[in-house]
Design a protein around this ligand. Structure first.
Ligand code: XMP
Ligand code: MG
Length: 180
């Protein structure tokens, strides 16, 4: 599996350090509140687990699974809810946890949905941001790392459902995609 990786963009140590930092920040920001942390499956799972274990606040966790009708490497903007929340959103302070924001279409869909459901507040935390990929105007409140406009895998992110269990973020060798 590791032989398929051309280069490591963000190391395990850098991710760990960032999770601690963001966890401490969230602890301050949500002091005295009871936010609902929403993980966007499946990619956000490792990041959500690692970042939330560094918070010291009462919170609730729930998950949303959405899929885009686009190809496997880009989203189309039309979003299908595969698994909805079990928790009522009205009046809650929401903390959306994502693996990566690329075009921004997935998140802007979710934000609109949660506004419609009358959330009290919505904050977006993403491990990675690819600002060059953006087609809609949406910004995360907390960004772990900016990444170049390359397809990245690992630490939750997949290529054809593989590589999610890598402990770092990397770029695949071109031959893995059937390239040279
Ligand atoms: P949008 O474009 O809606 O995309 O912001 C967010 C979703 O697209 C997927 N995505 C990636 N997945 N490596 C991946 O493994 C990438 O470089 C990448 N860029 C976008 C991802 O599912 C994300 O939630
Ligand atoms: Mg995803």
């Amino acid at each position: 599996m590791r032989n398929d990786i051309e280069k490591v963009l963000i190391s395990t140590e850098e991710i760990e350090e960032k999770c601690k930092e963001i966890g401490a920040q969230l602890t301050k920001e949500y002091e005295g509140k009871f936010p609902l942390a929403i993980g966007v499956l499946k990619g956000a799972l490792p990041f959500m687990a690692d970042v939330l274990r560094h918070t010291e606040i009462h919170l609730e966790m729930d998950f949303m699974d959405v899929s885009s009708y686009g190809g496997e490497m880009r989203s189309s903007g039309e979003v299908k809810i595969v698994k909805d929340l079990d928790t009522k959103v009205e009046g809650r302070d929401l903390l959306i946890i994502e693996d990566i924001i690329d075009s921004g279409l997935t998140l802007s869909y979710l934000v609109d949905l949660f506004k419609y459901r009358k959330a009290n507040s919505i904050k977006i935390v993403t491990l990675l941001d690819k600002p060059e990929g953006r087609t809609v105007d949406i910004k995360a409140d907390v960004v772990g790392f900016n990444v170049p406009n390359e397809f990245v895998v690992g630490y939750g992110l997949d290529y054809q459902e593989k590589y999610r269990n890598l402990p770092y973020i990397g770029v695949l060798k071109p031959q893995v995609y059937g390239g040279v």
